[in-house]
Design a protein around this ligand. Structure first.
Ligand code: KG4
Ligand code: ZN
Length: 353
């Protein structure tokens, strides 16, 4: 097998990320610049602002990834870049940069699907992970259950009919007045440790639908109503809340998290039953995407997976949230089977992409 060194670039949402990865699975460098300050100030991702933020740091992020890997562009075998799904203004910043590097240094270029990258990075961390396998991909914008038959051959078993689980974590955090300088998920995870998860009986979404789809909009509404009825004032940051108020917020966080994850557990259990009928040789369920960095989520899903005699594969948190490694690695997988584009022209007009 040819030894490849691939640069991966990711700008689909609010993180500007780049990494250099070897086909042996060695991560030579990983750089992420997050827009957490912008998110905290505006309470969400505004595409135009996010685009500007990506544009400001992209050159530096790529430069740093190469320096940390102790390489120059000339040592690369190819450039991989996320081409979707995501905010198109943001994706363009990454694609433009990737085409520039690939054009200047005469390198093949590989377009990567963001969700495929979330799933495939598990094959970097778990070398035994062969196709076919299952994956639950849980992030801010997506909630997918898939059966991965082979590279590029994915059967969707379920998706969200409205919001993704990460969106529900983020809104709950915002309404509870948690520190939004980082994303809502980790803040809820931490606060939930102090709360009683059985204190509020939120109902589990879509119980009557015996399929593998998800819904988080209704749970979001239940949480909002619970917050309103308990007079939690999000304008008072949790750090200044009284101990009773803090306790009340922690109970809401824990109760929300319990039901949000029960919904995942139920769907995963059914999906495994379905998938094993199609592909009895499946041994692994991959859980990836930002929400997969949550320890409670991991522990609960590990239980479901073991009950069904499968193994759980969960990449480390830095590879679960958006990153350049997963893009570089997916690029390597595609390159190996001949899926790449020839180098773009060295001189391309700036507005070509
Ligand atoms: O994969 P990702 O970084 O970006 C998207 O592709 O959306 O996922 C971001 C999402 C956010 O909603 C964030 O709140 C959530 O992942 N997240 C978490 C945790 N860490 C990140 N949710 C729950 N618990 C966490 N520890
Ligand atoms: Zn993502």
């Amino acid at each position: 097998k040819q030894d490849l060194v691939v640069l991966g670039i990711e700008t689909s949402c609010d993180d500007t990320a780049a990494a250099v990865v070897r086909s042996s699975g060695e991560i030579l460098s990983q750089v992420v610049s997050s827009q957490a300050d912008l998110l905290a100030r505006y309470g969400g991702v505004a595409p135009k602002m996010a685009e500007e933020a990506h544009s400001q740091v992209i050159d530096q992020v790529v430069q740093e990834a190469l320096e940390k890997a102790n390489l120059s562009e000339r040592d690369l075998s190819a450039v991989a870049v996320t081409i979707g799904p995501g905010l198109s203004l943001c994706l363009r910043v990454g694609v433009r940069k990737a085409r520039k590097v690939a054009g200047t240094f005469n390198l093949p270029i590989i377009g990567v699907h963001h969700m495929e990258a979330h799933a495939l990075v598990a094959r970097l961390t778990e070398q035994d992970l062969q196709f076919p396998f299952m994956a639950l991909l849980i992030s801010g914008g997506h909630n997918l259950l898939i059966l991965a038959h082979d590279l590029g051959q994915y059967l969707q078993l379920g998706t969200t009919i409205d919001d993704a689980i990460g969106e529900a974590y983020d809104k709950t955090a915002k309404w509870l007045g948690l520190d939004m300088r980082r994303s809502g998920g980790p803040a809820i995870e931490e606060l939930a440790l102090e709360g009683d998860a059985e204190s509020i009986k939120f109902s589990i979404p879509m119980k009557q639908h015996k399929d593998c789809n998800f819904s988080y909009a209704g749970l979001k509404t239940q949480v909002r109503l619970a917050i309103e009825s308990r007079n939690v004032n999000a304008a008072i940051p949790i750090s200044s809340a009284s101990s009773d108020d803090r306790r009340c917020r922690a109970d809401i966080a824990a109760s929300f998290q319990r039901v949000a994850v029960l919904h995942l557990e139920e769907r995963c259990h059914r999906a495994i039953e379905w998938a094993l009928k199609i592909e009895p040789s499946i041994k692994y369920l991959v859980v990836s995407g930002g929400v997969a960095s949550n320890k409670y989520v991991r522990a609960r899903l590990d239980h479901v997976v073991k009950k069904n005699n499968l193994h759980l594969v969960c990449p480390p948190p830095s590879l679960c949230t958006d990153n350049g490694v997963m893009v570089a690695w997916t690029g390597i997988e595609q390159f190996r089977v001949g899926r790449f584009d020839p180098p773009p022209p060295a001189e391309e007009p700036e507005d070509f992409v």
